[in-house]
Design a protein around this ligand. Structure first.
Ligand code: G16
Length: 543
């Protein structure tokens, strides 16, 4: 079959963000745009002739087209085999699992994660390395540099390959192996958790509700929660994956997963609720009339890890991203294990895990995971919670209260200002960056600033430095305000304000985080001049 070399023009805007290249579908639909980025990946990763690649995505609009393009380009670029999920589907955690299990050279994952999909929505693409995790900063930078200078790409001139039935077919010199997207992942979950205990919990009438948000995790949840663990069919909602996620915003938080939230805060609420996002790597955990913040969830999983068979020997260490609350730090201190603080973005955890320094990690952005793969993992977090609930047989809220009684509570909230004009958001950040050095020692009511910085991280594995990862204002009592620009949006800029106060005496204080953080919220406004600079009275999303 003839390989065609196509002359292309370089694109200047293919800089990968926190998690790969994310753009509007219409941007990806420009002539040569997708191909340019794929060739930049292939030119940067130096895969040996005949290497195996994993390929799949969250099934959003443009997924099927992109799969065909990438298969034909992989064949023209010397790959020997591509393992592709049936229908072009692989959740992000499942892709990581398959890359590791079959020791492939790496994989390409098609997703814009929690961003909306459809012809007017977002699309995304990223390369994961042989450890199953997102490419390192060094590789990402190399891909970006290539994308700006490419003048041609290689593609096989051939019709589309069938990807809807399991089995092998041939594309030029390359084998296309269509795999069951659910099987390997399911087997891995079964090896980690106490399935009989969870099954018994559900059989005893413990009621759950899982919201797949019409995204990729639907089939995974049906197989694991319903078929293997026996949850009744009505325990699952929105399980049919749709190219536009049913018009929804597949981001499992209190704003966008409102159907689930209404059920969990309504009359006759189930005992446990959870949701995952577009590509299945994020999770939100709820109890009856109760929301568990992602930061608390991470701390709680760490504190109770030994009830799970895979972690019964304890944890090597834990890690969290800088804006995530320090709740897990307190657990690490009690367990006498190290706790690492990294920039936002899952790739930073991979190196710590590869070095055996960390077993569990997580982020405030609804991501939790462990060294079983190198991505965050939504269903894994749900199963971890169910395993704890099966062992403790207590309501979710009681488990969290008991945790706070032991470790204290890191009261936490994130305020997002979405869709700001870029220059406005950057203006707020440079105002803060220009002034934070003058804040040390200043008092705002009961809060006195201990120190401020713009977070910088040196990766222990490759000594690469990631600077300017968010401004931290740290108060003498450990409370914090963090300002940071999102790296995953595709429309304007999103400014995130992270607020955290430590409360050692939970029993006597309000559960309402916004109330408890009211003073810090005011201070954040004052320091950033947010209202004046953005004209926004309220955040778009509060979690
Ligand atoms: C991605 C990364 C996460 C990170 C998140 C932050 O999540 O994988 O590690 O926490 O972005 O997003 P932002 O830069 O908008 O705060 P995902 O689920 O979008 O792949």
């Amino acid at each position: 079959m003839p390989t065609r070399t196509v002359i292309t023009q370089p694109f200047a805007d293919q800089k990968p963000g926190t998690s790969g290249l994310r753009k509007k579908v219409t941007v990806f639909q420009q002539q040569h745009y997708l191909e340019n980025f794929v060739q930049a990946i292939f030119d940067s990763i130096a895969a040996p002739q005949g290497a195996t690649l994993v390929l799949g995505g969250d099934g959003r609009f443009y997924n099927r087209h992109a799969i065909q393009v990438i298969l034909k380009m992989a064949a023209a670029n010397g790959f020997g085999r591509v393992m592709v999920g049936r229908g072009g589907i692989l959740s992000t955690p499942a892709a990581s699992c398959v890359i590791r299990k079959y020791k492939t050279f790496g994989g390409i994952i098609l997703s814009a994660s929690h961003n909306p999909g459809g012809p007017e929505g977002d699309f995304g693409i990223k390369f994961n390395s042989s450890n199953g995790g997102p490419a390192t900063e060094t590789v990402t930078e190399a891909i970006f540099a290539k994308s700006k200078s490419l003048s041609q790409y290689r593609i096989l001139e051939v019709g589309d390959v069938q990807i809807d039935a399991i089995g092998n077919s041939v594309l030029g010199e390359m084998t296309v192996e269509v795999i069951d997207p659910v099987a390997d992942y399911t087997e891995l979950m079964k090896s980690l958790f106490d399935f009989p205990a969870i099954k018994a919990l559900l059989a005893d009438g413990f009621r759950i509700k899982f919201d797949a948000m019409h995204a990729v995790n639907g089939p995974y949840a049906v197989e694991i929660l319903q078929r293997m663990l026996g949850a009744p069919a009505d325990s699952l909602m929105n399980i049919i994956p749709l190219e536009d996620f049913g018009g929804g915003h597949p981001d499992p938080n209190l704003t966008y997963a409102h159907d689930l939230v209404e059920i969990m805060y309504g009359d006759n609420a189930p005992d446990f609720g959870a949701a995952s996002d577009g590509d299945g790597d994020r999770n939100m955990i709820l109890g009856k009339h109760f929301f568990v913040t992602p930061s608390d969830s991470l701390a709680l999983l760490a504190a109770n890890a030994t009830v799970v068979p895979a972690y019964k020997k304890g944890l090597a260490g834990v890690a969290r991203s800088m804006p995530t609350s320090a709740a897990v730090d307190r657990v690490a201190q009690a367990l006498k294990i190290p706790c690492y603080e990294t920039p936002t973005g899952w790739k930073f955890f991979g190196n710590l895990m590869d070095a055996g320094k960390v077993t569990l990690c997580g982020e405030e952005s609804f991501g939790t995971g462990s060294d079983h793969i190198r991505e965050k993992d939504g269903l894994w977090a749900v199963l971890f919670w169910l395993n704890i609930l099966a062992a403790q047989r207590m309501p979710v809220a009681k488990i969290v209260y008991a945790h706070w009684a032991r470790f204290g509570r890191n009261v936490y909230s994130r305020h997002d200002y979405e869709g700001l004009p870029n220059e406005v958001a950057e203006g707020v950040m440079s105002h803060i960056q220009g002034n934070f050095s003058k804040l040390s020692g200043l008092s705002f009511g009961k809060y006195t600033v201990k120190y401020c910085d713009d977070f910088s991280y040196t990766d222990p594995a490759d000594a690469s430095v990631s600077a300017k990862q968010g401004v931290r204002i740290i108060f003498t009592d450990g409370s914090r305000i963090v300002f940071r620009l999102s790296g995953t949006g595709t429309e304007g800029a999103t400014l995130r304000v992270y607020l955290e106060a430590y409360d050692a005496d939970v029993a006597n204080h309000t559960l309402d985080a916004q109330l408890a953080l009211a003073e810090l919220i005011q201070i954040a406004q004052q320091i950033s001049e947010l209202k004046k600079r953005t004209g926004r009275e309220q955040p778009t999303v509060i979690t």
